[in-house]
Write a protein that binds this ligand. Structure first.
Ligand code: ADP
Length: 410
């Protein structure tokens, strides 16, 4: 039996290489202009060496946590869906309430300027982009296929992390290699676009009467990128052809001299596959500290006197400062500086270290606000020349919002 309008739910899936995150939103949420928390949210973490774990939270406060023997996405998605229809976190009376499914797809190349309804052609295009995002797109497509098998009659929508950056101009997106690269689409694409776009929109709601033309958005999670946004449009961003470029990250190196790669290949005979692994999973905070990609562990180790953790932290801040300077240069100024994602939202130390470096531009934090677990708040002082905001990013809500537009037009 089809769901009545009141029961309609939107299911959002963010299927990655080690975790699958899923959320359910009621359609009524979209009659309000503010982002809301989902009715139900689950994470299946299958990247660890021992067993996989499942954690589900429902809006009624119920939480289900369990270890799972089968470490594969198909099992994970099925287990997640089961917790939405039964047990303490039940929010669906039947799967027929799910009216539409939204997927985060990391790489849309220059094929997708906006979200699309998934068709066999779209799946083919996502597959053709595998070589550009081997650590992301295959898992995103697997999530699409699994949901297609589980709920074959429900329409699916792809929302791309690259779309927001399709507004970059040629001088910003081309690499200064041979001109022939342009024809081969070897260019900067940029990522985290769903988050940067959300933060841009949210910023305008938090500061309705202020100048917000020139925004630098700092998405600092396990992956991290900055975006230079002018009048709502992305003009530059630190990630590039793949999500490996730019800032030092949790386990990714960010930008390095490409000659290091040739040197390791030629002189030390390290294979391309091993190099991909080294730069994506054995570098960044993890590579330098030697023990963790997690900023919380790095901060704890620093407080215990760990020298390598301190070096990793200092390098992370240095990388942020030099890239933030670059984004401000591109914008020829800055009105608003936004911090978001795990580190950006939760680390007053990082925000303070970065903002202090830019005090010469008149950036001035209100220390008490910075320390007070701010959420969707201004943390700069009343005399600061730049507004500094902490915004709790809502990528899954953004995907659900896009789905809602499609649902209305189906
Ligand atoms: P992902 O990119 O996987 O979505 P998140 O946005 O959740 O990642 O960010 C994960 C990062 O946020 C980790 O480095 C984690 O240590 C960091 N983080 C989370 N909470 C805190 C905190 N209280 N202080 C410092 N860092 C934090």
């Amino acid at each position: 039996m089809p769901a009545s309008e009141g029961d309609v739910k939107i299911f959002v899936l963010n299927a990655g290489s080690s975790t699958i995150k899923a959320s359910l939103y009621g359609k009524s949420v979209f009659t309000q202009s503010e982002a809301e928390d989902p009715l139900w949210h689950g994470v299946f973490d299958w990247g660890k060496e021992d067993s996989a774990t499942l954690k589900v939270t429902a809006a009624n406060g119920e939480v289900v946590e369990q270890k799972c023997e089968q470490k594969n996405p198909a099992n994970g998605i099925k287990l997640l869906l089961d917790t939405a229809t039964q047990g303490p976190t039940k929010v669906l009376s039947s799967f027929s309430e799910i009216a539409i499914i939204g997927h985060r797809v990391v790489h849309g190349g220059n094929l997708f300027q906006k979200p699309v309804l998934i068709t066999p052609e779209v799946e083919k295009a996502i597959t053709e982009l595998f070589p550009l995002a081997p650590l992301h797109n295959p898992y995103n497509l697997e999530g699409i296929n699994i949901m297609g098998q589980l709920l074959p009659s429900v329409p699916q929508v792809a929302v791309f992390d690259t779309s927001f950056h399709q507004s970059l101009r040629e001088d910003a997106y081309l690499y200064p290699g041979p001109y022939a690269w342009k024809e081969k689409n070897i260019r900067r694409y940029g990522f985290h676009g769903i988050s940067h776009q959300y933060c841009t929109e949210r910023c305008k709601k938090i500061l309705p009467n202020e100048k917000t033309d020139k925004i630098v958005s700092c998405h600092l999670g396990n992956g991290a990128s900055l975006a230079a946004i002018h009048e709502g449009k992305s003009r530059d961003t630190t990630m590039g052809f793949t999500p490996l470029e730019g800032l030092m990250m949790g386990s990714r190196s960010g930008s390095i001299d490409p000659s290091i790669v040739f040197f390791l290949q030629k002189e030390q005979h390290i294979s391309p596959d091993k190099l991909v692994h080294m730069l994506n999973y054995e570098s960044g905070l993890k590579g330098i500290s030697g023990f963790s990609e997690d900023m919380r562990s790095i901060l704890k180790a620093i407080s215990e006197g760990n020298v390598k953790a301190k070096l990793a932290y200092d390098m992370y801040v240095h990388s942020l400062k030099r890239n933030l300077g670059a984004m401000i240069g591109v914008l020829e100024g800055i009105d608003v500086l936004i911090f978001t994602a795990g580190i950006g939202e939760n680390s007053p130390e990082i925000r303070e270290s970065v903002c202090k470096a830019f005090s010469f531009l008149g950036i001035d934090l209100n220390d008490q606000k910075n320390q007070s677990l701010p959420k969707d708040e201004v943390i700069s002082s009343s005399t600061s020349k730049v507004h500094v905001l902490v915004i709790s990013t809502k990528e899954e809500w953004m995907i659900a919002r896009e789905c809602n537009k499609f649902y209305a037009s189906l």
